[in-house]
Structures are given as structure tokens and as C-alpha cells.
Design a protein around this ligand. Structure first.
Ligand SMILES: Nc1ncnc2c1ncn2[C@@H]1O[C@H](COP(=O)(O)OP(=O)(O)OP(=O)(O)O)[C@@H](O)[C@H]1O
Ligand SMILES: [Mg+2]
Length: 429
């Protein structure tokens, strides 16, 4: 939830710890209110000296706690802080930030932020605006046989089934028949990270999967970049489940340059504007996912009003030539962004993971990775001794951002990085 009003605010509320974002807002002379959750405090090493310059720092156990967000809202309200200046760049703070905005009176439609997270409400609103989406049906109770029968009646198999407001493709699976749907639903256990047990079923859309990362000032993107995942997120998820037979799926994405495919950019921009109008997105950072079917047609998949996850922030750093959190925070406040200056003609990023589950015995060092020509950024998120269980597509290990001058050089670089930088594992004793 990153919409804020058009005028430059004097106060801004930031949800979750991010040093560049909070630092840049503090430097611009705003009163900055910060809400941190237990994860930030326990694991993200917040800089308390920097936070000492904030107007106030609130702590909540998690952003999904109505009681704690209400207490934050009450205290902000006593201080005269309104709800149209809330910046939330992470998935885990989206519901809390939206609720805070409602409590502080900054948002007309109380379901607006829910439509940025619940895939059913999102698709219903986007489809009503004339944008093509997958046919879908709701499974509010996966054990309710009538709900399941209605899905089988309304939709054509194969289907993709997933939590209504999940993330990172966690808990997502495909089914090819009513029998398979019934057996997989019966076997569903608790899904990590996700709280609601409600599911959505969608008809399977074929084609390549694009992600579009943008920052908006009304109808105009201050920045918009279209990228293509090397393989769809679901292919990666299913690939991990089936290695070693199938080999390790290529996980990452590559930026498509506007000058290489102006027609795609024109169509994406049209679609994006329709989606924004349908969902009330005005000044916001967005991460949109779209399928491009083999016949070229674009099909809306989903949108988030936050930065993309995984390797996307460092990739955007190279695509804009800017420090992303700093620049996007400023753009939300001022409506301005310096002209993007991509660092290389062809850019992309890879996520490296081990070829099997286990305890990490070797992981390439940042120095080794940066020493390879074309490796622009390297970010290990794990170290020797950590356990990787390959249970989901967003169990991040190492991000590598790559750049080259020609498409052929870029492809060769992707292949070389995948071959030379290995995350090795041994048994978990
Ligand atoms: N209808 C569909 N047809 C084909 N593939 C789909 C469909 N819906 C989802 N997928 C695949 O499953 C992945 C996860 O689905 P989706 O993006 O809707 O959920 P998510 O878990 O919120 O994603 P994110 O990783 O962006 O947080 C998609 O990236 C895509 O590869
Ligand atoms: Mg997604």
C-alpha cells in the first residue's frame, strides 16, 4: 500500500525497516513515523541512531495484529498524522498498512488495499474494467464439497490452485482432473507464511511470464521496466520438486529493453493503466505480473503495490542507475524521479540454489562472483552451515545481477554463472 496524496506531505509513516528508505525520507526534512515488527527488530539489525531522528518509532509483533495496528493508529491520530502518507514496500506489511490508512481516514474504499492482496477481488475488479484475466473460482473452504464441485463445473482443467493472498508461489499447485483436485485438497496441510486457508482456482494460462516494475504519478509512470522470467515461477517450483532428474530450473529474469520491443511496452502500458484505474492505484510503486500467451495476447496475472521481491530490487538498481529504496521513497513523496540510466544494454538476474536439499558446504563468495566480467552485483543470503530444504520457490540463496553489451554475450554470461557458481550441500545430520 504505497499510495499517497499528490502534494508533498510533511509527515510520512513508513512500515518496516529499510535504512535507505527511512534515511532518505529523514534527510528530506519530513516528520517520519516508523512502524517496525518483531522480525525487523530481531533479525534486521535496525540502526537505532538513525531511528533516533524519527518523530516516533512504533513496535508491533506483526503487521497482521489488529490490536497493535489500532494502537499505532490511535497514537498517530492523537498527533494529527493522517493516513494518506503511508509507505509500505514489503509483502508482510501490506494488510497492516492498508488497515492503518483506513483507520487514519486516508482511503475512500475500505476494500481497496484488500484488492491489492486478495487475488479474487483483484481479478474481479480488473476483469470488470475489460482486462483479460484467467477464469477463476473461489474455494473459501477447501473441504466444502459444493465449493469443489462448483470449481469443476465452472472451470476447464488444468487448474492452478493457490492461497487467495499468498506470496512467493508458496502453496501453489497444478491439477489436471477433478480427482486430482479432490485428492490434493484433501492432503493440504498448513501453508507456511499464509494465514487464511481460503483458496482460488484458476484456469492454467500458457506462455511466458512477465514482471513489470513501475512507479506511478497518476496515469504516468515515472519509471516502468518490463522483464521476462527465464521460466515461469510455477515451472521453477515444480522443477525444484523434481530434481535431480529434470536438472535445476533456471531461476531469474531478464529486462526487455523498450527500444527492442516498443510494441510490447505500448501494450503493457495500456493494460497497466486500465489495471491502475480499476484498482485505484495513483501514486504507488507497483509489481505487475502478466502472461504473454503464445499468440502474443497479454493476460493479467496479479499486481502488488510494493516493490517486487527476490532479485528484483537489485536488478532495478542496475536498470535505473539509482539506489532503489532511496529513489522510490523520494518519488512517492515528490512525484519526481531522476531519468533512469541503465548500467548495461542487457541486464538480468539469476537466483542460485543448490541442486538438492541439504546443509550448505560451499557457497561462492561475493569477491569471487564480482570478479567475473559482467557480474554487477552479488548478494548471498545464506552461508555455510545453513540448511536449504527446497520446499518452495522463494527460499532465497544467492542473487547475482548480470549485464552485457549484446544479447549473445548476456546469454553466455547466464550460462557461465549457472555453471561456475555452485551452492554445494551435504547431508543434514
Ligand atoms: N492461472 C495461472 N496459469 C498459469 N500459471 C499460473 C497461474 N496462476 C499462477 N501461476 C503461476 O504460479 C505462480 C504464483 O502465482 P501468483 O503469482 O498468483 O501467486 P504469488 O504466490 O502471490 O506470487 P509471488 O511470487 O509474485 O508473490 C505465478 O508466478 C505463475 O508462474
Ligand atoms: Mg506472483
Amino acid at each position: 500500500m504505497t499510495d499517497i496524496s499528490a502534494q508533498r506531505p510533511e509527515q510520512v509513516v513508513v512500515c518496516k525497516w529499510n535504512p535507505e528508505l527511512i534515511g532518505s525520507l529523514l534527510d528530506s526534512g519530513l516528520d517520519v513515523y516508523v512502524v517496525l515488527d518483531d522480525f525487523d527488530v530481531d533479525h534486521m539489525h535496525p540502526d537505532w541512531e538513525l531511528l533516533g531522528r524519527a518523530a516516533r518509532v512504533y513496535r508491533v509483533s506483526e503487521f497482521d495484529s489488529l490490536e497493535e495496528i489500532s494502537a499505532v493508529a490511535a497514537d498517530l491520530s492523537l498527533r494529527g498524522v493522517s493516513g494518506d502518507r503511508i509507505i509500505s514496500f514489503t509483502e508482510f506489511s501490506q494488510f497492516g498498512a492498508g488497515y492503518l490508512a483506513i483507520l487514519l481516514g486516508g482511503q475512500g474504499d475500505p476494500l481497496r488495499h484488500v484488492a491489492y492482496r486478495d487475488k479474487r477481488l483483484m481479478k474481479q475488479r480488473v476483469a470488470a474494467a475489460g482486462v483479460r484475466t484467467a477464469a477463476w473460482a473461489s474455494l473459501p473452504d477447501p473441504n466444502d464439497q459444493q465449493d469443489v464441485a462448483a470449481v469443476c463445473e465452472r472451470l476447464a482443467f488444468p487448474l492452478v490452485v493457490k492461497p487467495v493472498s499468498g506470496g512467493g508461489a508458496i502453496g501453489t499447485f497444478t491439477v489436471h482432473s477433478p480427482d486430482e483436485l479432490a485428492s490434493k485438497l484433501a492432503a493440504i496441510g498448513p501453508i507456511p507464511i499464509v494465514k487464511s486457508r481460503q483458496l482460488i482456482a484458476e484456469e492454467f494460462v500458457t506462455g511466458r511470464e512477465l514482471h513489470i516494475d513501475a512507479v506511478w504519478d497518476g496515469d504516468e509512470p515515472l519509471f516502468l521496466v518490463v522483464s521476462a522470467y527465464f521460466m515461469t515461477r510455477l515451472t521453477v517450483l515444480e522443477g525444484i520438486a523434481h530434481i535431480p532428474e529434470a536438472g535445476l530450473p533456471l531461476d531469474g529474469s531478464t529486462v526487455i529493453n523498450a527500444e527492442d520491443d516498443p510494441e510490447l511496452y505500448r501494450r503493457v502500458l495500456d493494460l497497466h493503466r486500465q489495471v491502475n484505474r480499476a484498482l485505484g492505484i495513483e501514486r504507488a510503486v507497483t509489481h505487475l505480473e502478466v502472461f504473454q500467451r503464445p499468440d502474443g495476447e497479454l493476460v493479467f496475472s496479479e499486481i502488488a503495490t510494493r516493490l517486487g521481491g527476490g532479485w528484483i530490487p537489485p536488478l532495478l538498481g542496475e536498470a535505473t542507475g539509482l539506489e532503489v529504496h532511496h529513489a522510490l521513497g523520494q518519488a512517492l513523496v515528490t512525484g519526481k524521479l531522476p531519468a533512469p540510466r541503465p548500467s548495461r544494454r542487457h541486464l538480468g538476474a539469476l537466483h542460485l540454489r543448490p541442486a538438492a536439499p541439504g546443509r550448505i558446504t560451499a557457497i561462492p563468495s561475493v569477491e569471487t562472483m564480482l570478479a567475473m566480467d559482467g557480474v554487477l552485483r552479488a548478494q548471498p543470503l545464506r552461508g555455510v552451515g545453513d540448511v536449504v530444504d527446497l520446499s518452495h520457490a522463494s527460499e532465497w540463496c544467492v542473487f547475482v545481477v548480470l549485464g552485457a553489451d549484446t544479447a549473445d554475450e548476456f546469454d553466455a554470461l547466464v550460462e557461465r554463472v549457472g555453471r561456475e557458481f555452485r551452492v554445494e550441500v551435504g547431508p543434514v545430520e
